[in-house]
Design a binder for this molecule. Sequence first.
Ligand code: SAH
Length: 387
Amino acid sequence: MSAQPNPLSVAPTENQDHRTVLVGLSRDEMITAFADLGEKAFRAKQVWQWIYHHGVTDFAQMSNIGKGLREKLAAHFVIGRPGIVQDLRSSDGTAKWLMRFPDGQEAETVHIPEDDRGTLCISSQVGCTLNCRFCHTGTQMLVRNLEAAEILGQLMHARDALEDWRRPGEERLISNIVMMGMGEPLYNFENVKKALKIMTDNEGISISKRRITLSTAGVVPLMERCGAEIGVNLAVSLHAVRDDIRDEIVPLNRKYPIAQVLQACRDYPGVHNARRITFEYVMLKDINDSDADARELVRLLKDIPAKVNLIPFNAWPGAPYDCSSPERITRFSDIVFQSGISAPVRKPRGEDILAACGQLKSASLRLRKHGTPVQKTPSAEPGSLAL
Ligand code: SAH
């Protein structure tokens, strides 16, 4: 493990010196910002490529732009990176960064290297309003949406830290993105959409939509828009096959019960057998892990292009559940596999740095422990954040 201060720590939305922060502006917004300075659209496009294709953090490195203009740009604009307060590396190669934003709020980002890919797990909110009973993030009191710049900044920093901008002839270390960090991405729809549009822009970062997965606990009214307007893969945190149990462990189920969530999956734009929906299922001992649960899961998913991802429950101090035994998880997985639905067991990663699913938690709780009052703000209720 190592903690490294980042010399490039400029918070994305910080604007103390009145310069505009470029990371997080849409392509059109960047063109407008340049027009306001009397500069043509092609200049904005050049800068876009430097920032998002080459990852430069200094206008001085933009070699196809004359010195005079570079100085003018530097006087009006900042490129922008999040402030990094912690950089933890697990013995299994997983990395976790804690980012701090100008208002002191923090969010975590995790990089999970695997043989055939490297996945960056990005947060969409500080904390989460959903209060899933098995999730550590849900115990955090303060919640706010992350800005598009703050969502995108997580990827920009990870590429810096892993030196992943230029890898001629090599696979990038970050090949895939999952919106599976802290927060409910569909409750921060516009900012998530804006950040993902920039990540997929093919003159910039250019990550394919096929390599991005957004995970939701089942915000039914926004699932269709996610497919139609963002077009990324969908993962759904199902976790139970009966409403009475799901009501308890994923309280959002009281608003959008299982049948509605599954219907939204059948209707998800772009879903087909080659592009399946992933159903996440956390294995909780004696709660949702019986043979009957597995068979019911198969029945529920029979007419949906689906794959299942079984997640061994990651315990945290004070958690009200235990993880199912390895034998139980194997048996559950076998039943689902035998029906023809893929059901691998997700391997916990980065356990020594608390980077595994449901363990992400920023300093807000630590603040609270030290007596600083932190509360969920009224504006952070799901309804008001939703649209
Ligand atoms: N709000 C979104 C995004 C979070 S993704 C969603 O619910 O899908 C994080 C995934 O990890 C979700 O499937 C979540 O239910 C799961 N998870 C949360 N806490 C966990 C824990 N302690 N152990 C295992 N998985 C957990």
